[in-house]
Design a protein around this ligand. Structure first.
Ligand code: PEP
Length: 255
């Protein structure tokens, strides 16, 4: 086994204290911790303290769904990487497609957030992906590799050490449409090759997750692909039975 499979749940703006307690309780009760998998939860920021408390001493990691690029100061409503680290977060999502499209985060904004996370020792999960229109125009790789280039051109490829990439075709997020395993693998392989051309060791260790309507009935085929190292799960991470079933599917993958 080269890389662990990461099963990450992005709750987006869903949940409540009660829901967090029940869901995290179910995950802790039923996830059979093994050396092959790492479970990671991204609850809304207001539930991070509760999440930290519930997960204390467990093997499950957690983080926030976004982070400010600034370290502190007059940025009303924002949360810094330092604060996330202070709350016990190990990780943070950056550049999720909803942040890029709804909150107009540019590649440069995402790069700054990525670096802010790194500077505090958080593992950034960099989300990349093309829209349906871009796929139809056959510019998927230009878009995806461009989103990654925006980070490494400025900061060097070494910043991908202790980082994660999540390939999430925008047309597959929350739509019920999933990329075929071979379709996703093609993009994952291209990402790994792009990084390998700059640094083979970093590419070999880089977890590249797939996201976009991952469900219990398609997870195993996706995770079995050579360059797919787990999933970033939205909708299905809100139902503990589905999320746990996806974790189990990952645990059954042999590669
Ligand atoms: C996501 O939010 O990153 C995601 C992939 O959502 P869904 O699984 O609901 O498509």
């Amino acid at each position: 086994m080269l890389r662990k499979l990461i099963i990450a749940g992005n709750w987006k703006m869903n949940g409540s204290r009660q829901m967090a307690e029940a869901l995290i309780g179910d995950v802790l009760a039923h996830y059979k911790v093994d050396a092959k998998t790492q479970v990671l939860l991204f609850p809304p920021a207001v539930y991070l303290a509760q999440t930290a408390q519930l997960l204390e001493g467990s093997a499950v990691h957690f983080g926030a769904q976004t982070v400010s690029e600034h370290t502190s100061g007059a940025y009303t409503g924002e949360i810094s990487a330092d604060m996330l680290q202070d709350m016990g977060c190990q990780s943070v999502l950056v550049g999720h497609s909803e942040r890029r499209s709804l909150y107009k985060e540019s590649n440069e904004d995402v790069a700054a957030k990525f670096m802010a996370a790194k500077q505090q020792g958080l593992v950034p999960v960099l989300c990349v992906g093309e829209s349906l229109e871009q796929r139809e125009q056959k510019i998927t790789l230009d878009v995806v590799l461009g989103q990654i280039a925006a980070i490494i051109e400025e900061n060097g490829v070494n910043v991908l050490e202790n980082a994660v990439i999540a390939y999430e075709p925008v047309w597959a997020i929350g739509t019920g449409l999933t990329a075929l395993p071979e379709q996703a693998q093609q993009v994952h392989q291209a990402i790994r090759q792009y990084v390998a051309d700059l640094n083979e060791e970093i590419a070999k260790n880089l977890p590249i997750l797939y996201g976009g309507s991952v469900k219990p009935d398609n997870a195993k085929q996706l995770f079995a692909m050579a360059d797919i190292d787990g999933g970033l799960i939205g909708g299905a991470s809100l139902k503990s039975a589905d999320f746990l079933a996806i974790i189990e599917q990952a645990q059954q993958v042999e590669k």
